[in-house]
Design a protein around this ligand. Structure first.
Ligand code: ADP
Ligand code: MG
Length: 451
């Protein structure tokens, strides 16, 4: 009976985790049965058992319960621990012999189905990173090694790496593509040390065609992991195998990373992902909205809502996506069209948290600098074009970059009426579409203020 329950649990896991993750992590497990309220599994390696235990045991437990078997704990044993060769014995055949064909059995981290090139929106801030990632995924002669992608949180590093992996596998199903985070790299390495199995660790990592290590800043300060990473890296470069690395900073700026590694990382192509700009955010929102719309065909989003979100949530694409997901779920639940008001209400907390720290004073100062006029001119009653236009730009920026009300903005710009502010905002909006100079000024100032 319990074996049938395990069958049902497996079916659900396959659905929920996706075929790849299922194949990598769940399929290799052998269900040994229920012992009281403990579900026992045998995993082919300690690493795999630990991984599943850390990442999926809650899920497995819940699913067992759902199918009527009370499970209080999930336990994994592994062959590797028992079979770890004693130090004085001749090396025996490694327990987990590295397979030589196909990449399905490479124990990398699961890849997210949504993180493909198709779903990646390209804009100025990420076009170089995107082009480099494309080049790598096409295979062919290795022109830069490694490709080092860096940038702040949520700018698409992981997305691009997964996209490379998907694309490389599609082009060449036999390619051995291994993607994992630096943390997982370390974890595997430590496990290998513990079970005296560094041989198969080395063999595994040296046998791949394309190695991708995400968030490499993680190994800063972790000396033996760095060492191993360095050797792996060199071995692959020597064999002309492509490596892709990501980090939240440039190689030279990662404290606690050995100098030789820093310099090695800079041998290839170092590309940064810049903070998103308004257009890119809007593009990403539209792409993600299409994906949401497939789940919630009934939901209607009013004009201007996307633009509003792209304006107001500028720090992190992940937060932007979260906001969108919430909007769709909310609209579908309450059956209302998502207007600007609804969005503001439904996302109040997110909007508050991502409220820019840009102040009106700062805007006035930057605008004055930019147009080479004095701050007091902006605040003065003067109406000469050379002063009036910058003042309008300032008001426009204050309206779009801060959450200050129109009367408040008017007050801060030399005690003007809120209708003056409305007029200024409209004027700049119009001018931006017909006057390149104004459009550039606004964009430049926005960028400086948001930086
Ligand atoms: P990072 O690894 O740089 O912290 P991620 O790759 O995890 O960021 O991206 C965070 C989220 O934002 C993901 O859901 C990703 O799909 C999305 N995202 C980031 N940049 C883009 C882009 N240019 N196009 C589409 N989605 C993006
Ligand atoms: Mg990432």
């Amino acid at each position: 009976m319990t074996i049938e329950v395990w069958g049902s649990v497996q079916d659900r896991l396959r659905k929920d985790l996706g075929a790849d993750a299922f194949k990598n992590w769940i399929e290799p497990l052998k269900f040994e049965g229920l012992e009281g309220s403990v579900a026992r599994f045998h995993a082919p390696t300690g690493f795999l058992g630990n991984w599943v235990s850390r990442n999926y045991s809650d899920k497995i437990q819940t699913l067992f319960a759902e199918f009527g078997a009370a499970v209080a704990r999930v336990e994994f044993s592994s062959g590797l621990a028992k079979a770890a060769p004693a130090a004085d014995k001749k090396p025996v055949q490694p327990v987990q012999k590295v397979q030589s064909t196909g990449s399905a059995d490479l124990p990398g981290a699961p890849l997210d189905k949504r993180f493909t090139f198709d779903n990646f929106v390209v804009g100025k801030p990420n076009e170089l990173a995107h082009a480099a990632a494309r080049r790598v995924s096409e295979g062919g002669p290795v022109t830069f090694n490694p490709l080092f992608l860096y940038g702040g949180v949520g700018l698409g590093k992981t997305h691009l790496m997964h996209a490379i992996a998907w694309d490389a596998k599609r082009r060449n199903p036999d390619a051995r593509v291994l993607y994992l985070s630096a943390e997982q790299f370390m974890y595997r390495f430590v496990q290998a040390l513990r079970f005296k199995d560094t041989m198969s660790f080395k063999e595994l990592f040296r046998s791949v065609d394309l190695l991708m290590v995400d968030d490499v800043q993680f190994i800063a300060g972790k000396d033996s992991t760095q060492d191993e990473f360095f050797h792996t890296f060199n071995a692959l470069v020597d064999q002309n195998k492509q490596i892709v690395i990501s980090a939240d900073r440039a190689p030279g700026e990662i404290d606690g990373l050995e100098e030789r590694i820093k310099s090695r990382l800079q041998w290839g192509l170092v590309v940064d992902l810049h903070p998103t700009d308004y257009e890119l955010r809007l593009g990403i929102l539209q792409t993600k909205a299409e994906m949401q719309a497939a789940h919630y065909p009934e939901v209607k989003i009013a004009d201007g809502v996307m633009e509003f979100l792209a304006h107001r949530i500028s720090t992190n694409v992940r937060v932007l996506e979260g906001a969108l997901t919430r909007l769709y779920a909310f609209a579908s639940l309450v059956g209302r069209e998502v207007t600007l008001d609804v969005a503001q209400e439904c996302l109040a907390d997110i909007l508050r948290a991502s409220d820019r720290k840009v102040t009106v004073d700062e805007i006035i100062r930057k605008v004055a600098d930019h147009y080479n006029i004095r701050m007091t001119d902006i605040l003065s009653p003067k109406r000469a074009r050379a002063v009036a236009r910058p003042r309008q730009v300032g008001m426009f920026l204050a309206k779009t970059l801060t959450s200050k009300s129109l009367p408040e903005i008017g007050r801060r710009f030399g005690g003007r009426d809120h209708t003056t502010v409305i007029h200024a905002v409209k004027k700049i909006e119009e001018l931006r579409s017909v006057d390149n100079q104004i459009a550039e000024d606004v964009e430049l100032l926005r960028r400086m203020l948001e930086a």
